[in-house]
Write a protein of this length. Structure first.
Length: 275
């Protein structure tokens, strides 16, 4: 009998301090989930800590037990569109390592943030776009070479926080292989209706993140702890031709129970198969 959790993927953000990526994959597989999104984080999943044998072992584990949908990273630590050339170079060097690691692991995609502005005195937008494009000039061909895809995310703290600006900039770059991951909580926090955002990104949509937040305080809470509206989102994803698992990117101190409860709430809202 198929587990009711099989219709969902789980991002490992909540598990980064509690064990390795391999331990977490086994843990989530035991709970019956259908896919996983691994977070790059020292001690959990970090290129400098992984030799060829460990990479092969983790890839084999994912292929045997829990499909690796994508890899991700806490984007607050890095900035591909920073004003300082040294920060851009440091970020790009890390991203190159992450993209290569994604290819070695057989990940379907790697999630990239477009870069963060200074909230007090942001750099001119065209300059940030130029920095972002220069990073894509390196990362997009590398992703193709290693067999993965770049997934650009709508992030409230990025300089392209909404679906419209994100799609305009990515479309103008002109690479059909660059895809979009749409985060429902991120959209709700900035006042964007997720159903409308999903329709705007549909031509590049590869993955959708779910968690809860309010519009007053930015969170990635378990569902039911904020006021993200789930109504209509499953239909909008279907209209967009979405075929991947909904991905739960929930940050919790008790993730097993909270993610399971969030799955139940999503099934009630029409996600992941029969409620």
């Amino acid at each position: 009998m198929t587990s009711p959790a099989a219709g969902f993927g789980v991002n490992t953000y909540s598990y980064i301090f509690g064990g390795s990526a391999a331990d977490t994959v086994a843990r989530l597989a035991d709970q019956g989930y259908g896919g996983v999104e691994l977070m790059f984080f020292p001690g959990h999943l970090w290129p400098a800590e992984l030799d060829a044998a460990k990479l092969r072992g983790l890839r084999n584990l994912c292929e045997q037990r829990l499909r690796l949908v994508a890899v991700n990273m806490p984007n607050v630590d890095i900035n591909v569109a920073a004003a300082a050339e040294e920060m851009r170079a440091y970020t790009l060097d890390l991203l190159i390592k992450f993209v290569r690691c994604a290819g070695e692991l057989g990940a379907g995609g790697i999630i990239i943030g477009p870069g963060k502005p200074n909230p007090l005195f942001p750099m001119p937008r065209d300059r940030m776009v130029s920095h972002f494009y220069r990073a894509l000039d390196v990362l997009a061909p590398l992703a193709r070479e290693v067999g993965t895809r770049l997934l650009i995310e709508n992030m409230p703290f990025a300089f392209l926080p909404d679906a419209e600006s994100l799609m305009n900039v990515v479309d103008f770059y002109g690479d059909a292989g660059i895809r979009v991951i749409y985060d429902v909580a991120n959209a709700h926090f900035i006042g964007e209706a997720p159903t409308e955002g999903l329709r705007r990104v549909r031509d590049r949509l590869s993955l959708v993140h779910f968690s809860d937040t309010t519009r007053q305080t930015y969170k990635h809470d378990p569902l039911g702890h904020g006021d993200v509206p789930l109504a209509g989102i499953a239909s909008a994803m279907k209209e967009a031709g979405y075929s991947e698992l909904p991905m739960l990117e929930i940050i919790s101190r008790s993730p097993d129970a909270d993610i399971a409860d969030s799955c139940a709430r999503m099934r009630e809202a029409g996600f992941g198969g029969e409620a």
